[in-house]
Design a protein around this ligand. Structure first.
Ligand code: GCO
Ligand code: MN
Ligand code: MN
Length: 388
């Protein structure tokens, strides 16, 4: 482990749009030249990634002819075969084209909603053809700037209808494919619907085939909303819904920064990696990030290598945390059981309820008990700083 070299079993993936990002921002033109999908596959193989994900139009331009499509897909497949990279996830671009400027599945225009479904079915076909087992839905334009023109109940119903339709499509085609819904609070819309992973989890329960649908939480998105990402991931895991994950980094309360994983909030990144490794998350670890606008091609490779290397270093730190006797002793002290409780409350029964109601508690002593979180946190910081 000490060499921190990415291996296929780590399931590190990048989107075509991540290392292929040309550095355009709302204030400035692109700063890097376009890389073809084939070039990106070779770049990812060079840095040691396991897989490559794409939006339909990252691979096949929206105005490609059928002949263009066939040639592009053939070349891409050849690049995958030459490098051994796989395509674990695919998704639809339902945000770039002006047709989607008021949303795709939630648009007020029925023709746009129908077009979005058509585009997604075709993109699902493409993703499945290339081997994808997870299909991500990020509703980049599903929201509003003003609530004067769109009813959130209508929007929610339209989004639900679209996902129900697409689940049936996948079943009808016999595809081995699951959906993962990705929440984001805002950007590019003023407000996006279903803005957090928790909101997505609530929504999934209202679908016709909830078992086909999970979430794709993204670190930056929960941080934009000021939330604790690891807690959102834990809730998704607990619900059996952690189908995919988008790793990156982000200053709190900023625009969507998509920084290299671990570049900003080291401690949050550590607790996230520790969580994923402790529970045995076996899915893809997808880096939905891009290099700084100042980067040249070599620095883009350094960015990609850095995402994976930092993950593996944090995984190593999590193992050290688990093996540190002092840390474990403090955890045992914090979690110690009281023999006087004799297993109460346990599962509910009339007897356990009666026994619990009859127990005497020393409330003053409970309130006086100190908890060594300062010591524990300092030891955690010291593990992270490399002195333990
Ligand atoms: C963003 C999103 C996207 C999605 C991607 C896959 O903030 O732009 O994170 O990068 O993850 O569209 O669905
Ligand atoms: Mn994002
Ligand atoms: Mn994302």
């Amino acid at each position: 482990m000490a060499d921190y070299q990415p291996q296929p079993e780590h399931k590190f993936t990048f989107g075509l749009w991540t290392v292929g990002n040309m550095g355009r921002d709302p204030f400035g033109e692109p700063v890097r030249s376009a890389l073809s999908p084939v070039e990106i596959v070779h770049l990812l193989a060079e840095v040691g990634a396991y897989g490559v994900n794409f939006h339909d139009n990252d691979l096949v331009p929206i105005d490609a002819t059928p002949a263009d499509r066939d040639r592009i897909v053939r070349d891409f497949k050849q690049a995958l075969a030459d490098t051994g990279l796989v395509v674990p996830m695919a998704t639809t671009n339902l945000f770039t084209d002006p047709a989607f400027r008021d949303g795709a599945f939630t648009s007020n225009d029925a023709r746009v909603r129908a077009y979005a479904l058509q585009k997604t079915m075709r993109a699902i076909d493409l993703g499945v053809e290339l081997g994808a087992k997870i299909y991500v839905f990020w509703g980049g334009r599903e929201g509003t700037e003003t609530d004067a023109g769109k009813d959130p109940l209508d929007a929610g119903k339209r989004f639900r209808d679209a996902l129900n339709f697409l689940c049936e499509y996948v079943r009808d085609q016999g595809y081995d494919l699951k959906f993962a819904l990705e929440a984001k609070p805002n950007e590019p819309r003023g407000d996006l619907y279903l803005p957090t992973t928790g909101a997505m989890l609530g929504f999934i329960a209202t679908l016709d085939h909830p078992e086909m649908v999970g979430v794709n939480p993204e670190m930056a998105h929960e941080h934009m909303a000021g939330l604790n990402f690891m807690h959102a991931v834990a809730q998704a895991w607990d619900a059996g819904k952690l189908f995919h994950i988008d790793l990156n980094d982000q200053n709190f309360a900023r625009y969507d920064q998509d920084f290299r994983f671990g570049s900003h909030n080291l401690k949050q990144s550590f607790f996230l990696v520790k969580f994923l490794e402790d529970v045995g998350y076996a899915g893809n670890r997808h880096f939905d990030a891009h290099a700084y606008r100042t980067a040249d091609l070599e620095d883009v490779k350094a960015f990609a290598r850095g995402c994976m290397r930092t993950y593996l270093i944090l995984k190593d730190k999590a193992a050290r945390f688990g093996a540190d006797a002092e840390i474990q002793a403090l955890l045992a002290e914090i979690g110690q059981a009281d023999p006087n409780l004799a297993g109460l409350p346990g599962r509910y029964s009339r007897d356990t309820a009666d026994a619990l109601k009859a127990l005497q508690f020393d409330r003053g002593a409970l309130g006086q008990r100190g908890l060594p979180y300062e010591r524990l946190d300092q030891l955690t910081v010291e593990v992270l700083l490399g002195v333990r």
